[in-house]
Design a protein around this ligand. Sequence first.
Ligand SMILES: Cc1cc2nc3c(=O)[nH]c(=O)nc-3n(C[C@H](O)[C@H](O)[C@H](O)COP(=O)(O)O)c2cc1C
Length: 140
Amino acid sequence: MKYKAICYLSNIKPSLNKGEIDDLMDFSVHQNNKRAITGLCILLDNHFYQILEGEPNAVDELFSKIKKDNRHNGLIKLIDKPIKDKIFAEYYGGDFAIVKKRVDVNKLKIYLEWLKNANIPEINELLLLTENFLKYNNGL
Ligand SMILES: Cc1cc2nc3c(=O)[nH]c(=O)nc-3n(C[C@H](O)[C@H](O)[C@H](O)COP(=O)(O)O)c2cc1C
């Protein structure tokens, strides 16, 4: 297995203020870029959705930390599977992406459409879940 992808949902604890959330996101981007983990975080209200893709050990190691983190709860893992290619490797210039603002959501929607047209069966489920997350959290 060259790469793997993990995708999950959770809720950020309401006690976290905006500054703490921003710090967590900045930290995550920095760390993930260092470990060549690509993907995204979508944060709409307190609803959190993350896709992590990269070298299997790096992704598993990170996810085991995230699972234990008490800054969020209600974590549900949706996908954990090998992938041939990282689908977000070139998104955001290869940086791990944070999607919070409307402009980021719109950019992501365009990218998801583009991926759909690329017709890559192994990512169909991931695309559907991401679209559904946006849809049910007022992102679409
Ligand atoms: C919702 C959520 C998402 C997170 N995402 C990442 C992430 O993408 N990358 C990362 O390095 N840490 C992320 N973290 C932080 C990790 O849980 C953990 O605090 C961090 O990896 C530092 O762990 P360490 O100090 O043991 O190395 C996230 C935490 C939360 C609550």
